[in-house]
Write a new protein. Structure first.
Length: 142
């Protein structure tokens, strides 16, 4: 079941990438992308739940039998398909994804400023921001 959900998650990721490329600013395309994103989050939660069930079953097996659980064949991680080329490919795709998303994120530590309705002393706010800026000159104000 975990493998099946993993395949569905891969299909969902491809559908999200396709939907991102096809975005034209219309409400229909935005809603479709939002639906795919929500579906992806649900699939991740389902996969995590199944893995938790498996891990809990392993622990209970060990408690009740006194010996560790071993799968009938294979292991919890598929080592056969996990090669150096596979790891390098995953690292490349992750780095590419980070490079694409970080274009919109300026470098430097992010500093968020919050306050309630009664927080309107602008001199105090600027004083604190100046102190933070002195400590982190490359800060990004959110």
């Amino acid at each position: 079941a975990t493998d099946r959900i993993g395949r569905q998650l891969d299909d969902n990721e491809q559908a999200q990438r396709k939907s991102q490329r096809e975005q034209n600013g219309s409400e229909v395309r935005s809603v479709e992308l939002e639906r795919l994103t929500a579906e992806g989050i649900t699939l991740i939660e389902r996969r995590n739940c199944l893995e938790l069930f498996r891990d809990q079953a392993v622990e209970l097996f060990e408690v009740h039998t006194g010996s560790s659980w071993r799968p009938r064949s294979g292991s919890l991680v598929n080592h056969r398909t996990l090669t150096a080329a596979m790891i390098d490919s995953r690292d490349f795709i992750a780095a590419k994804r980070r490079a694409e998303t970080e274009v919109m994120l300026p470098p430097g530590p992010k500093v968020a400023l919050t306050g309630g309705f009664d927080c309107n002393d602008h001199r105090l706010i600027w004083d604190r921001l100046d102190k933070v800026h002195a400590k982190h000159p490359d800060m990004v104000l959110i």
